[in-house]
Every structure is written in structure tokens, then in C-alpha cells.
Design a protein around this ligand. Structure first.
Ligand code: DX5
Ligand code: ZN
Length: 229
């Protein structure tokens, strides 16, 4: 995974057809997505339940781009190896889900994945200065985690601008997760984000039998974001 800061669209399969993940993944990739965002939820850290390591391993053969696994679970350290073995290219843990974030990020890298750190809307960037050398990606939540289709939280724009300044020219992605649409994508691209997760805005109106809608949605979000750069 060579680093570049070009805009990447990462559809979240939380908004996909739960009876057809293989076909849905193939559809979004053939329709031009850059990454595939997999939302793992444990019903404890967030009030929803989704994919264990076996499910993620079943997705893996269908993912030809980057499998970006977002762990909304606590505790998190004991599951890192299992999701890495399931084939995750990027494993993102929540700062709020670990007492020792430096060790958690070390464990992700030791497991062979790129290390992501997610911050919930209420979490500031005051405690991450000494983690910058351990992180390959920051995931800034622009909704409270647990569900797709929620409203974008605009206060996070300022957080991204400050984070972008803090990162400087380090090879660290800024990923935005939640409520990304053609309206909000340019706000975050202008603030310095490069990876845009979108669930409902990509999957709405399409299906495995009508994947060109996914392509139109992905293209519209990408053009809206690139239009401000
Ligand atoms: C929320 C997840 C997001 C969500 C995005 O907890 O982390 O990835 O699926 O869905 P939309 O784009 O519909 O907000
Ligand atoms: Zn997510």
C-alpha cells in the first residue's frame, strides 16, 4: 500500500445487502471504489453487532483493493491477530477502546496490518501527539458509531483541520467516517481528509442487479471532493 494523499472513496458494507456481501463487494469495486470499509461492531463499545473474524475472512477473496477494517469493539487487543489473519489490510482501533493505545497500535503493525486510530466525535486530538509515529491512518468519526445513515456532525471539520496541521508531511491518512455525501465530502476534503467512507450515500438506490447506481454515487462523491482541491 504505497502512500498518497489522493482522494479515496471507501464504501462501508454496513449499508450493503446483508444477503449478498460477495457480490456487493465485487460491484462497488467494479464501479470504481478505492477501498472497502468493513464495520466491526461488538454490541458493547457500540449498540450494534456485525462481523466476526470468520465473516471478514469470507469477504477477503472478493476484495481486490484494500480491506479497511474498522474495529468498534472493546476490549480490542485480543482480537487484532484474528482480524489480521482474516486478511485486513488496515485495522483501525478506537482510542476510547484501549487503555494503552501505543501498545494497541504496535500490536496492529506487528500483526502485519496498517495501523489506524479512530476518534469519536467527542474526543479531541490533545492525546495523540506521541502516537503519530505509530499511526498510518486517523479515522475521524463524523457520526456517533454504531449505524449507517446518520447525520454528519459539522464540529469535526475543525478537528480535521487541526489534525492535518499536526500531521504535516508524515505519511498518515485522514479518513472521515459517517454522513459523507456530495455535500459533506468537499467540506472534509478542503479540511485535509483523503479517505472518505460512505455507506448510505454509495449504496442508496442501487443493488447487485443495478450496480451502475453505485458507480454514479461514487463518482459524484469523488468529484465533489476533488472539486475543492
Ligand atoms: C458507523 C460506521 C460508518 C457508517 C457509515 O459506526 O463506522 O462506517 O457505516 O455509514 P454512512 O455513510 O451511511 O454514515
Ligand atoms: Zn466505519
Amino acid at each position: 500500500m504505497a502512500f498518497n494523499r489522493s482522494i479515496k472513496i471507501a464504501p462501508s458494507i454496513l449499508s450493503a445487502d446483508f444477503a449478498n456481501f460477495g457480490q456487493e463487494i465485487q460491484a462497488i469495486e467494479s464501479e470504481g471504489c478505492d477501498w472497502v470499509h468493513v464495520d466491526v461492531m461488538d454490541g458493547h463499545f457500540v449498540p450494534n453487532l456485525t462481523f466476526g473474524p470468520p465473516a471478514v475472512a469470507a469477504f477477503r477473496p472478493h476484495v481486490k483493493t484494500v480491506m479497511d477494517v474498522h474495529l468498534m469493539i472493546a476490549p480490542v487487543d485480543q482480537y487484532i491477530d484474528a482480524y489480521a489473519q482474516a486478511g485486513a489490510d488496515v485495522i483501525t482501533a478506537h482510542l476510547e477502546a484501549t487503555t494503552h493505545p501505543h501498545r494497541t497500535l504496535q500490536a496492529i503493525r506487528n500483526a502485519g496490518a496498517k495501523a489506524g486510530l479512530a476518534l469519536n466525535p467527542g474526543t479531541g486530538i490533545g492525546d495523540i501527539e506521541y502516537l503519530l509515529d505509530m499511526v498510518d491512518l486517523f479515522c475521524i468519526m463524523t457520526v456517533n458509531p454504531g449505524f449507517g445513515g446518520q447525520k454528519f456532525i459539522h464540529s469535526q471539520i475543525d478537528k480535521v483541520k487541526k489534525l492535518r496541521a499536526m500531521i504535516g508531511d508524515r505519511p498518515i491518512h485522514i479518513e472521515i467516517d459517517g454522513g459523507i455525501t456530495t455535500e459533506t465530502a468537499p467540506l472534509m476534503a478542503a479540511a485535509g481528509a483523503d479517505v472518505l467512507v460512505a455507506g448510505s450515500a454509495v449504496f442508496k438506490g442501487g443493488s447487485v442487479d443495478n450496480p451502475s447506481v453505485y458507480g454514479r454515487n461514487i463518482k459524484a462523491i469523488r468529484e465533489a471532493a476533488e472539486g475543492v482541491l
